[in-house]
Ligand binder design. Structure first.
Ligand SMILES: [Zn+2]
Length: 202
């Protein structure tokens, strides 16, 4: 039932986390998640599977617990940083796509197209199967095989890392500050629901 993230995808997440939470919290989260093999060096930039969904879920859980009331906010910030790394990797191609779509499309279309592209990346890099659709004024993302809440139980929706990535992606494509975008997690497998589902507002 459970899948794996590619090394290069896991690398972005660990690198973003390391830059934000400090070396001690980072090391402790790796240990809690059974990821001590990455204490000295990040996963390589390769497309092979490297980290299981259980491991990355436990890593997020360790951060949530350590930072208490700020834990979910911290995971959102890590998500924002992950997107910055993705954009660096794609560079001028991404900027060109944004420029052209900005001329041709209404904001909701731009967000929908950007989320569709992101879903294709997530399918490739994790083997999970997010779906993106529009309904009225809103754009939705739903993943019935979300990698971030495997073996996790939470009272409130708790997949804040991918929510943060979607916030930063939406902000980038609309050329708005990330603080102006809100991604709401409406349902979460960590809470016993069948899929993790997000809606975006701006
Ligand atoms: Zn989830």
């Amino acid at each position: 039932m459970s899948g794996q993230l590619t090394n290069r995808y896991a690398r972005q997440i660990l690198d973003a986390a390391r830059s934000l939470i400090g070396p001690e919290a980072y090391r402790d989260a790796l240990r809690q998640a059974g990821l001590t093999r990455y204490e000295e060096a990040l996963p390589p930039l390769s497309p092979e599977p490297g980290i299981t969904f259980e491991e990355i879920s436990a890593f997020c859980q360790a951060i949530r617990e350590r930072f208490g009331p700020d834990g979910r906010w911290m995971l959102r910030r890590i998500g924002h940083e992950v997107l910055q790394r993705d954009l660096q990797a794609y560079g001028w191609v991404a900027n060109l796509v944004r420029l052209v779509s900005g001329i041709l499309q209404a904001p909701r279309e731009r967000v929908y197209n950007a989320w569709q592209r992101a879903a294709a990346v997530v399918r490739t890099e994790t083997g999970s199967s997010p779906q993106v659709w529009r309904e009225g004024d809103w754009v939705y993302w739903e993943n019935p095989s979300c990698p971030y809440c495997v073996g996790v139980s939470c009272a409130e929706p708790c997949c804040d890392l991918p929510a943060g990535v979607l916030e930063a992606l939406t902000a980038w494509v609309l050329e708005r500050p990330v603080g102006a975008i809100r991604v709401i997690e409406e349902s979460c497998r960590g809470r016993g629901e069948p899929a993790c589902r997000y809606r975006v507002e701006w």
